[in-house]
Design a binder for this molecule. Structure first.
Ligand code: 16G
Ligand code: ZN
Length: 533
């Protein structure tokens, strides 16, 4: 059982700084790395409790701050099937992190144990990984101190992408069952994806090279490894911003978040008209595509475009395969471009749901469909196949050669897609596989619809917590009266849409606007920002 004196002793080496209030938010804990030592120690403790609670299932821990600056870091917990930590436990994470003294810490632990009827004697299993940040190794040792203070069985998965950690967590928990998800190794991950990719593109001509900006992060070495497993004859990947060892380069003027936010090429990219390019973020769980047009304008293919491409391809395969009983739906957030929603609903006739920002919300909504495609505009997303869909796809036989081929491709897609979480490597292969099958250029893909001009503005306010939203963050409930003022502004713009929400990861309020023209959109964004300020 739990030795509380041992915990106190270990915790004394990882004191909580005074005057800091930590919150486990949308992306776990995330902030300047030098404030995280005590937090990570305590996250280790929470992971052990979670594993004990879930009958010794393996819990994953990822140390990363994704697209944030290099000096930041963060940590999040991964539940047994590779999903985000169950929401009701986020509160425990926050409570543990904020316990000021060792005695308070032990009190919180005891409370979690008793609230959840945790059997203290159950063994605990943990797997952890980190990205390439220089602060990673020191934080890992704080984590290990936390884990060891409770005698858990620990697997160090090393330097990995966030989605690889999600993958391996699921693999450990379903190994040898009918839900087997692959070998719980990095090698197993590459083999699974590479084999599936070759199956989907077999017999089609290879596309021109894909230029990948890896944000100088962990996606660089991992993409190279994946490409080796796939082979040049199927995919030609050319990397830029692949220097993950020089300090100061991670996410600096490059990566998916930079490209999406600034709507321009990353530093270091030399693509010309006709080239195909994509950017990962710092932990390789987001991807956006882009190209430059004849007249040298930058064209972005973001998460909404990927959802349209993937949704369209999967719907076609399901129809061709004759699997009419399988429904396909798409899940978006308020940030989805209005044109993408119209395209999905009106042209493709797909049901679309809108949920609040954050992967856990999208993921859960997508589980309601037989095949649920979810993407945030920022490039984070994946496709979920329900048990029913998997069973149907794996047992279908097909009458005609065409049907058989469609079924084979659907089967391969269930392996190609990392169903635990959005995965830049897996999503890249998904997009490349679809474009190869369709023999489409990025421009042809882009022609499905044109994005409405849009603008995202950050507003620094005194207290962002007074902003309360409803309707999947599309409307403000509080401060009272503000939404009416915003509505009045919106009504003056053609195709105008705007909403205000407090950020879950930064101390700011975000204002989003779109309208028929760039000028109108910018004007709307700044006027709404003016109301918020
Ligand atoms: C986190 C979320 C991401 C979301 C972003 C919004 C996860 C794993 N990540 O990075 O999905 O788009 O937060 O940030 O849930 P914001 O609340 O600051 O706008
Ligand atoms: Zn990320």
């Amino acid at each position: 059982s739990i030795n509380y004196d041992k915990i106190k002793e270990a915790a004394a080496y990882h004191p909580k700084p005074q005057d800091i209030n930590y919150t486990y938010g949308t992306a776990g804990f995330r902030m300047k790395a030098d404030l995280l030592d005590s937090v990570i120690f305590r996250v280790g403790i929470l992971a052990v409790l979670r594993s004990k609670k879930l009958d010794s299932k393996t819990i994953g821990i990822m140390i990363t701050a994704s697209h944030n600056p290099e000096h930041d870091n963060g940590v999040k917990l991964v539940d047994p099937y590779g999903e985000m930590l169950e929401q009701s436990w986020e509160n425990y994470a926050t409570q543990l992190a904020n316990a000021q003294t060792e005695d308070e810490l032990v009190d919180v632990i005891k409370q979690i144990v008793s609230n959840n009827d945790i059997d203290e004697s159950k063994p605990a299993n943990i797997v952890y990984a980190r990205d390439t940040r220089p602060s990673g190794p020191a934080l890992v040792s704080a984590l290990v101190d936390g884990l060891k203070s409770l005698n858990s069985k620990i697997i160090d998965f090393g330097v990995k992408t966030t989605p690889q950690l999600h993958y391996v967590t699921r693999c450990y928990n379903v190994q040898g069952t009918e839900d087997d998800y692959g070998e719980p190794t990095e090698e197993g991950y590459y083999k699974k994806l590479a084999t599936a990719f070759r199956k989907v593109v077999e017999g089609k001509s290879r596309l021109t090279p894909i230029h990948i900006d890896a944000a100088n992060g962990v996606g660089a070495p991992k993409m190279k490894e994946l490409a080796k497993h796939i082979g040049d004859e199927y995919l030609e990947a050319v990397l830029v911003n692949d220097d993950y060892t020089t300090q100061g380069k991670l996410n600096y003027q490059c990566g998916a978040d930079f490209v999406k936010t600034s709507q321009r090429l990353p530093f270091g990219s030399k693509i010309k008209h006709g080239d195909r390019a994509a950017s990962f973020d710092g932990d390789a769980d987001r991807i956006v595509y882009y190209y430059v047009d004849e007249d040298n304008t930058f064209k972005l293919l973001d998460g909404d475009k990927i959802a349209g491409l993937a949704g369209g391809f999967i719907i076609d395969l399901v129809k061709t395969a004759g699997l009419e009983g399988i429904n396909v739906g798409v899940v978006q957030t308020a940030y989805a471009n209005g044109s993408s929603t119209t395209y999905l609903e009106k042209v493709m006739n797909v049901p679309v749901s809108c949920v609040p920002t954050g992967v856990k919300h999208l993921h859960h909504e997508a589980e309601k469909y037989d095949i649920g495609v979810y993407f945030e505009a920022n490039g984070h997303g994946t496709v979920l196949f329900s048990k029913k869909a998997l069973k149907t796809i794996h047992s279908a036989e097909g009458q005609t050669a065409e049907q058989k081929e469609a079924i084979e491709k659907l089967r391969a897609l269930t392996d190609l897609i990392n169903q635990t979480v959005g995965d830049a490597l897996s999503d890249l292969l998904l997009v490349e596989a679809i474009l190869t099958n369709r023999q489409w250029s990025l421009k042809q893909w882009d022609q499905a619809y044109s994005d409405l001009p849009n603008r995202l503005v950050k507003v620094v306010v005194e207290n962002r917590h007074i902003f309360k939203t409803t309707d999947a963050e599309r409307k403000l409930l509080e401060p009272t009266g503000l939404q009416e003022q915003i509505n009045e502004l919106i009504s003056k713009y053609k195709n105008g849409r705007s909403f205000v929400r407090p950020s879950g990861t930064e101390d700011v309020v975000r204002v989003y606007a779109e309208a028929a023209t760039r000028e109108e959109c910018d004007e709307l964004a700044y006027k709404v920002a003016g109301l918020v300020y």
